[in-house]
Design a protein around this ligand. Structure first.
Ligand code: SF4
Length: 669
């Protein structure tokens, strides 16, 4: 049973409608956008102020943490004052960890309660214990007793519940049986669903969040597949936790949430940024709008299949191709970055692209230049020693190339489109490339590959890179197909003809769902397409051709590679978005630590606001900076707390000392 109707079109998953107050989620409702306040919940005025600010920028559901019964009691006043301010139509949600007593209080006052199955009825002890079937059954019975009162009260009051599983905060019971895996996350949620259903309660929404988009994508897909097996059709709340701030936070969120929305999954979304929550809303709205514009009706045609495993990451196996000096693509190589530029920029000695230190660890590895005439070919003489990718206009012939062969350095890639009837031209260009130690990047629509299959087989894998036509026909059809589906089709078509040639993911105006002029729109489009495909294991080259500033486009490509975990070029930050439990100013602390440690390529640092959830949710970070008490920081190496209650003024220096002690420090250049 598949988790989605189509991997090539966005056919929305059918769900039951769940009412959160007056706001419908799932069913035929639009994707709902939500966020969370960050104030101390017991500061009622501040929490109402933040709720109003969120509602005024378009937030449709507001979540508020309720860390204890006292905070949960405050929700009564918060609800009343928010309603009095004219926002009675915006539902409030209580966020609960650990304390059923806080949930029982909160459910009296707000429209929805979120519980974390990892800690609702379980104290996490990281205990290593083998659970026999009888032990496990006893634990489930205990869970039933702990969760049932909330279910029954929610049913009486007409509230809804979210079963909000987080990677990294699973119960010891689940960890021991399934590990900290997408399967463990799914099983954890199913246990709670079954209890709710045993009471005839179905006002349920599910989430499977993780800070790693790959884990999050796999967990949601698996959840849907498992729910379908049990005839459960509950809506999904999508989010990437601890995504961080700025460009990186937006990219990680767009990769995770965008991939699932393209699959047709997801009914309400939260973009978690380590910024004021009001900044989350425009990003979430832009993501939701793009996804909804792709919704198509289910089709009568038999569903196409591809051979990518949607539940486990496996990188597509490719042939090794050697390009320019030191640039190789293949199984052991990271995806390479190609940057679109112009002949004028390429031949300008002052161009930023000619000064690698401007891009430091993120150089434009291949420079893509449009070549429209023989004069352009001649001008390449002054291009310098760059690795070039020449986008050849159809009018340029083999004779033209032969006449200027001396201007084409070994390793240069020739990019050209081929129609099904152009087998002879394909052979001629491939042979010319081979004779001159060049590589041919062939733009071929997936549907045309079969017609050229014999020619391609004769020429062999190492002669080629494949990509989609960059200026049109990138979608499987003109109406609702998406570019991600087109690349999946390309990979599948290559598999069927036995080709292991590398694939180049190009972001061009033709691949955009809604080509937009603003940078956020380009960033989201590129994250949807490139990030999602990388998480599927596809992609050996990437280029962001929708952004005309070549330095910015290059940096964006590297940031997407980092966000998808495909290529690490800088420090990885995992930072929680903050909430009412936060014990220090997360935004300024994150920025300060980033300024000191942002050059530590490959090091993963977590900055988390509290010890209640922080340590569990900082996933596989190498070092952690976690609020332990007001003004006090706990420092972690991996999952182990190695320094408790460090005065905040000393914590940055102690963190750096720890990084040095563990041999992970380098001096900034
Ligand atoms: S880790 Fe951050 S967002 Fe999560 S509960 Fe603690 S302070 Fe709140």
């Amino acid at each position: 049973m598949s988790y989605c109707v189509s991997r090539f079109h966005t056919v929305r998953r059918r769900t039951v409608e769940v009412k959160v107050g007056s706001v419908g989620v799932g069913g035929d409702n639009p994707i709902r956008v939500q966020s969370m306040t960050t104030s101390d919940t017991q500061d009622i005025a501040a929490t109402v102020r933040q709720s109003i600010a969120l509602a005024e920028v378009g937030c449709e559901i507001v979540r508020i943490t309720a860390p204890n019964v006292a905070a949960a009691k405050c929700l009564k006043d918060i609800r009343a004052r928010f309603t009095a301010a004219g926002f009675g139509h915006i539902p409030l949600v209580a966020d609960i960890h650990f304390l059923p007593s806080a949930a029982m209080e909160a459910v009296e006052h707000v429209e929805k309660v979120r519980v974390n199955p990892g800690n609702y009825a379980d104290k996490k002890k990281f205990a290593v214990k083998e659970y026999t079937d009888a032990d496990y059954e006893r634990e489930l019975q205990r869970l039933h007793e702990a969760f049932s009162p909330l279910v029954l009260r929610a049913k009486t009051l007409g509230r809804s519940l979210r079963i909000g599983t987080n990677h990294g905060s699973l119960s010891d019971r689940i960890m021991n049986r399934y590990g900290d895996t997408p399967l463990g996350m799914v099983e954890s949620a199913l246990e709670f669903l079954r209890i709710a259903e045993s009471h005839g309660f179905r006002q349920l929404i599910l989430s499977m969040k993780a800070s790693n988009p790959k884990v999050m994508i796999q967990a949601y897909r698996l959840l849907v597949q498992r729910m379908a097996q049990e005839a459960m059709h509950y809506p999904l709340h999508l989010g990437v936790t601890e995504a961080g701030d700025g460009e990186d936070g937006r990219i990680k969120s767009a990769i995770g949430i965008g991939s699932l929305l393209l699959d047709g999954l997801g009914d309400t979304i939260r973009v978690s940024l380590t910024e004021d929550s009001v900044y989350e809303i425009p990003v979430a709205q832009a993501i939701a709008t793009k996804a909804m514009s792709l919704w198509a009706e289910g089709r009568d045609e038999p569903p196409l299949a591809d051979s990518i495993d949607p539940y486990h990451f496996v990188r597509r196996e490719t042939a090794t191709v050697h390009l320019a000096d030191k640039i190789t693509v293949g199984p052991e190589q990271p995806p390479r970055v190609i940057t679109r530029t112009t002949l004028a920029e390429l031949t300008n000695p002052q161009s930023a692209l000619r000064h690698p230190q401007l891009l430091k660890d993120t150089p434009a590895e291949g420079l893509l230049v449009p070549i429209t005439s023989t004069a352009d070919l001649a001008a390449l003489k002054s291009a310098g020693p760059s690795f070039l990718v020449l986008e050849l206009a159809p009018a340029l012939t083999i004779a033209n190339l032969k006449a200027h062969a001396a201007t084409l350095p070994a390793g240069t890639v020739l990019l050209r489109g081929f129609a099904p009837a152009e087998a002879a031209a394909l052979t001629a260009f491939a042979q010319f490339a081979r004779e001159h130690q060049l590589t041919l990047a062939a733009e071929i629509a997936p549907a045309d590959l079969a017609a050229l299959a014999d020619t391609l087989r004769q020429l062999g894998d190492t002669a080629f890179i494949f990509t989609l036509p960059g200026t049109g026909a990138a979608r499987p059809d003109s109406s609702h197909g998406h570019a991600t589906g087109a690349y999946r089709l390309l990979a599948e078509a290559l598999r069927r003809i036995g080709s292991r040639a590398p694939i180049w993911i190009r972001n061009t105006p033709a691949t955009a769902v809604r080509p937009g002029a603003d940078f956020l729109s380009k960033l989201l489009e590129a994250s949807f397409l490139t990030g999602g495909l990388l998480c599927d294991g596809l992609g050996d080259f990437v280029s962001i051709e929708t952004e005309s500033d070549s330095v910015r486009a290059t940096k964006l490509a590297y940031n997407i590679l980092q966000g998808a975990g495909a290529r690490i070029s800088k420090t990885e930050f995992v930072a929680c978005p903050s909430c009412g439990r936060t014990l220090f100013d997360l935004q300024t602390t994150t920025q300060r630590i980033r300024a000191q440690t942002g050059h530590l390529k490959g090091v993963k640092l977590a900055i988390m606001g509290c010890i209640v959830n922080g340590p569990g949710e900082m996933a596989d970070a190498d070092f952690g900076y976690v609020g332990g008490a007001p003004g006090k920081i706990n420092l972690y190496v991996g999952k182990n707390c190695v320094q408790y209650n460090v005065p905040q003024a000393e914590a940055d220096a102690r963190l750096i000392a720890l990084i040095k002690e563990h041999g992970r420090w380098t001096e900034p250049t």
